[in-house]
Write a new protein. Sequence first.
Length: 555
Amino acid sequence: MSKRQKRFQVLAERPVNKDGFIKEWVEVGLVAMENPNDPKPGIRIQDGKVAELDGKKRPDFDMIDTWIADHCIDTSVAQEAMALDSLQFARMLVDINVPRSEIVRLSVGMTPAKILDVIKKLNVVEMMMAMQKMRPRRTPSNQAHVTNLKDHPVLLAADAAEAAFRGFSELETTVGVGRYAPMNALSILVGSQTGRPGVITQCAVEEALELSMGMRGLTAYAETVSVYGTDQVFVDGDDTPWSKAFLASAYASRGLKMRFTSGTGSEVQMGYAEGKSMLYLEIRCVMVAKGAGVQGLQNGSISCIGVPGAVPSGIRAVLGENVATVLMDLEVASGNDQTFTHSPIRNAARMLMQFLPGTDLIFSGYSSVPNYDNMFAGSTHDCDDYDDYLVLQRDLQIDGGCIPVKEEDVIMIRNKGARAIQAVFRDLGLPSVTDEEVEAVTYAHGSRDVPDRNTTEDLSSIDAFMKRGGNGLDVVRALAKNGFTDVAEAVLGILRQKITGDYLHTSAILEGNFDVLSAVNDPNDYKGPGTGYRLEGARWEILKDIPQAISPADI
């Protein structure tokens, strides 16, 4: 074609056309949720046990089938639930006259193929209606990523302080250099409790180290415990549903909140999708999590978002996996945490699927740092999008978990977080934090604005801290000794949670006074207009008061 039509020339340069797309490919599982190879729903109960599951007899079960049959499906309601017409059950999901409790009573008796068959009957608006009713906790919330390219501990503390101050309930970090993990965990622990007492934190690394840091009081939760929808992917990870369940019990018995992680597309990405649809395999993951007894699941494709994002109905399937999670009565941290598109329009549309109905954690990683510093490969939204996000909350009267802040207050809280970690480092014998570093991170946009540290010295010192048994109480003492008594009390409050265990309940978060908000004491009571969580009262007054809005008094 020698001559282009000019509108098509312009369109070709649009950001969305830098994205990758592929037509459906059944044999390798590049199908979102309508694969002819997916099994048909069915169950047979014999002597109280599942003898046949979705057309497969027990002698032919793989390990995931066995796990789901023995540990997930409630056989006392299975036959009743499976006998329901899928379209009828889909309509029950969006019917305000059918309470959440009745839905969950039945959905936990369904097989993976049955859950898939139900979700396929819903369009995205209906899925959002279902999510509004089915999320376990009444009050929506949000989680943020706090990372940087340099693993700079002082910047991490300042960024964590700001993120907590802006309203996030959970903060997650990870590392560029593995040995930095305890220092990063320590940094965001101190920063988070400076910004708002009660924010819980984690450091996503290798699981043995992650558990060790939690037991020492450097972290309070975990979510990067991955499960998969086919045997071969599990085996490649040297794992089984049983080993994951054992790990989950190890976390919970040490007072650490935890959830599993999975996502549509992971099996395709790893080459073992068995010719099944992405959503079918993901529903199996959800049911593995349910059977393991964990309180929740991080899903929404997560790091595999490019795979469903490339096929028809893929983003619909991502919302579908979130719905599948709440149908199992689990907390859902609903993704939006890895960027997958060059198009800001497409980015916002993907996020709105969870933002509009609200989920337990709308993002399982809003990037509270510039995306160039995001070590989780970037998020759909980062710190440069704060004002857009706040305006969306205000435009639509929706609680997305973030509050408006003033520049002078953020400067103050970032500086305090930096000074707090400076004091902790000094008291614990870690490499010194200079006043120049404190000043730099207070006003920094990201790691490009802060000086490098001596990496060798940092790593050797944090290694020594871990070898001598350093823990969260050491941090409390250091803060109290150096005049940061409020931050010390907040860190101690987090450590107390591991003894009381209240925040291990489904969908639990901590409010500023350390009161637990969960599916137990804040259950979702949505039954149509005028019920459920409503953004109103004092909270609405806070969220609508963005700094750039002109006051009549100023005119």
